[in-house]
Design a protein around this ligand. Structure first.
Ligand SMILES: *Cc1c(COP(=O)(O)O)cnc(C)c1O
Length: 420
């Protein structure tokens, strides 16, 4: 196994980037699959969990578990401290101005649905325009279409070029005084394209439009500072950030959250309820109806601590070396076409192979212990853009190595043996 020694980035702590040591923190990586060593190359769909996260979950259930925000008793207070501590940790990690600007959700999908539903009800009306990009995940398309069908907004789509570069000029042409919201991904989950968010947000604000960033792939490959970005909303999903499933977060500027109506009704989000009328609490409580994902939040806290100890800049630098290596190696084969060669890319590489369907590639390499994603990656409009039904996609996490890429290459030889 390779050990990659990286220079410590100025922001990072002094955790030496020793990939073997990191791998040892992820128990699942040691298990064989189909009798072969596991090469897990699907962190873009969901990342594996370090022991520190598993321990935090175990501790939360075995030592400090009860429902939050209600009990006067010790355990309820301890669980509340854990849950609210996680909110504070998320706020600090993405540099929100206040923990009250962080709403815990199920995942980024529910974060976007919350904005579409609640922000949509307050700020959007028939004839208003919103802009998405051609690279959006279905999670950042379908909620807007549902809103369009309900209230009659118009959806414009900012294009990309054949290499997957976001076309800032074309985007700028779509902006007008009718534009109320730009909802856009930070990094394409299929192409790996990094969107020039600073420019996207600046141009949107110049037209008076708000911006929602889908940070599902962005936060796992880069340092996020929502205030520096000046994003109005930023959503991400915990399970791709080495945390548990069932937890995500929505950041929103307080001045907007305060004006937005509740998304779901229920316990914990109310001030006073009578059968005639209910009044709602201030954000974030207003948007967290019912018992929240208590232990998932505590697990996310541990995941952020872990990522921060490693240093996300170190992770990004490590993944960049893997991306370059994988791109070089895959480019050696004339039967492979890499889909997405944008100038600015994160650790995601999609490809197609002559004569082999993506699903067959996925199945054959799986037999070799190699886990990659195949299909439309919840981005069918993007597949249409490239005239493809599906691609194979390898996506990197902090624990991946060149050996994982080599395993993929060797497994692709098996695909050639069968289809070639
Ligand atoms: C994975 C992903 C989503 C959806 O994440 P969920 O956890 O399923 O809500 C949305 N957008 C992008 C860019 C993604 O990669």
């Amino acid at each position: 196994m390779t050990t990659v020694a990286l220079k410590t980035a100025p922001d990072a702590t002094n955790y030496p980037f020793d990939v073997d040591r990191i791998r040892a923190d992820f128990p699942i990586l040691a298990r064989p699959v189909h009798g072969k060593p596991l090469a897990f190359l699907d962190s873009g769909a969901s990342a594996q969990k370090p022991q520190a996260v598993l321990d935090a979950i175990q501790r939360a259930y075995s030592e400090t578990y009860a429902n939050v925000h209600r009990g006067a008793y010790y355990l309820s207070q301890a669980a509340t401290d854990g849950y609210e501590g996680a909110r504070k940790r998320v706020a600090d990690y993405i540099n929100a101005a206040s923990a009250d600007e962080i709403i815990f959700t199920r995942n980024v999908t529910s974060a976007i649905n919350l904005v579409a539903s609640s922000y949509g009800a307050k700020f959007l009306q028939a004839g208003d325009e919103i802009i998405l990009s051609q690279m959006e995940h279905h999670a950042n398309i379908v909620p807007w279409q549902m809103l369009r069908d309900r209230i009659g907004i118009e959806i414009k789509v900012a294009p990309i070029d054949d290499r997957g570069n976001f076309l800032l000029d074309e985007y700028e042409k779509l902006l007008s005084p009718k534009t109320k919201l730009v909802a856009i991904t930070q990094v394409s989950n299929v192409l790996g394209t990094i969107v020039p968010l600073d420019d996207v947000i600046r141009l949107a604000h110049a037209q008076g439009a708000h911006v929602l960033v889908d940070g599902a792939q962005g936060i796992v490959h880069s340092r996020v500072d929502v205030q520096a970005l000046d994003a109005d909303f930023y959503g991400f999903t915990g399970h791709k950030l080495y945390g548990p499933s069932g937890i995500g977060a929505l950041y929103g500027k307080m001045e907007l959250l305060k004006q937005m109506p509740p998304y779901e009704g229920g316990g914990d989000m109310i001030e006073l309820v009578t059968f005639e009328k209910t009044t709602y609490r201030e954000p974030p409580a207003r948007f967290e109806a019912g018992t929240p994902p208590i232990v998932q939040a505590i697990g996310l806290h541990a995941a952020i601590d872990y990522v921060d100890a490693v240093g996300i800049e170190n992770v990004a630098a490590h993944e960049a070396t893997l991306l370059e290596y994988a791109t070089d190696r895959l480019s050696e084969y004339s039967d492979i076409t890499i889909i997405g060669q944008a100038d600015n890319k994160a650790g995601i590489i999609s490809f197609v192979m002559d004569g082999a369907h993506a699903h067959d590639i996925g199945t054959i390499v799986d037999a070799e212990g190699v886990a990659i994603r195949t299909g439309h990656h919840c981005a069918q409009p993007l597949m249409d853009r490239f005239d493809l039904a599906a691609t194979a996609r390898a996506s990197f996490g902090m624990y991946n190595t060149r050996a994982d890429v080599d395993a993929l290459l060797a497994a692709l030889d098996k695909v050639r043996d069968i289809f070639g």
